[in-house]
Design a protein around this ligand. Sequence first.
Ligand SMILES: [Zn+2]
Length: 384
Amino acid sequence: MKEKTMSKRNILPRLKPLRLLLVSLVFVGVWVGFCCVVPSSMRQVKAPRRGRAYNDRVAIVYSKHYQMSLGGLEKLHSFDIRKYARIYLKLNTEGLLRPEDVFVPEAVSKNEILLVHTPEFLESLKDSPTVARYLEAPFAATVPNALVDAAILNAFRYSTGGTVLAGRLALKHGIAINIGGGYHHAKPIAGEGFCIYADMPIAIRVLQKEKLIGRAMVIDLDVHQGNGTAVCFATDDSVFTFSMHQGNIYPIPKAVSDLDIELKTGTNDEEFLSILDKNLGSAIDRADPDIVFLQAGCDTLKGDPLANLNMSLEGIVKRDAMVIDECVKRRIPIVMVLGGGYSKRAWKVQYASIARTLKKYGITANRHPHKRRELTGKEKLYTK
Ligand SMILES: [Zn+2]
């Protein structure tokens, strides 16, 4: 009896902090429930499913799972992870895209990842400081690895699955746009420059393995060189890599693509489009591809904090249009992925580019498939 009383006395002081913790957890739960309720427009693009290609020509791929969330810590990173959701919701509220028409991907599988990456690389992802280094996100180094996997790597797996699905859809419909992807710095043995899985190489290897394609081409117009993509295909003549990028910024030293064009600081619309125009046709001739992957990074925009080109929104839309129209003219299936873009206006540029493609090829008689509407309060909160 005495022993029992003693043990009760010992336990009671410990119960107070435990109770406090429980109360705090309940408060946090209520707060999270109140603030982070997922809007219905996002819930509709959560479970993997088939969508509908507009005019049987343009397929849009997107998933709610692309959104990373690490209790707000993700906002410390220069990559605006909410840009994917902003673009999807803008397409939706402008009346250009119905949630039920979106193709929602599965996450890329381990076997698919291993078509490009090494088992050692997959092992390295079990170490949070290593993942933090790949992502240049020091805040992730101290986060338990299970949480890093669930909150960050999982989003990359879905977005990479989206690029694989976009590859299949492009072969069927002609044009497929993944509102994500473009992780062109990822190499077989390591992630780098905010990139984990090499989504375009993985998609190309999946399509080649299934004998859906023989040859492929990657046209990388992000302001940074597609060094990871170049390394993935360095010894492979079946894939042609073409990268146009600013010469004097990351990555230094550069990898060797099949065609590299370095741009000088301050390159403007006219200069960029003229260089692309001079090289695009002959590069596609050399590549002779069964499919083209366009990495349409918009960090070429004037004022991007990680680069120094001088392009306008209109110039970048014309740039993407030049590549997509050329592929359509030649009847080559094309996949567009988003890549980089770090200014506050970056998502607006990519929205404008996707909207232009949808209007030109997907929406007959330029009619909107549904009514315009305003963002709801929950949607504003979700993309804040
Ligand atoms: Zn970039």
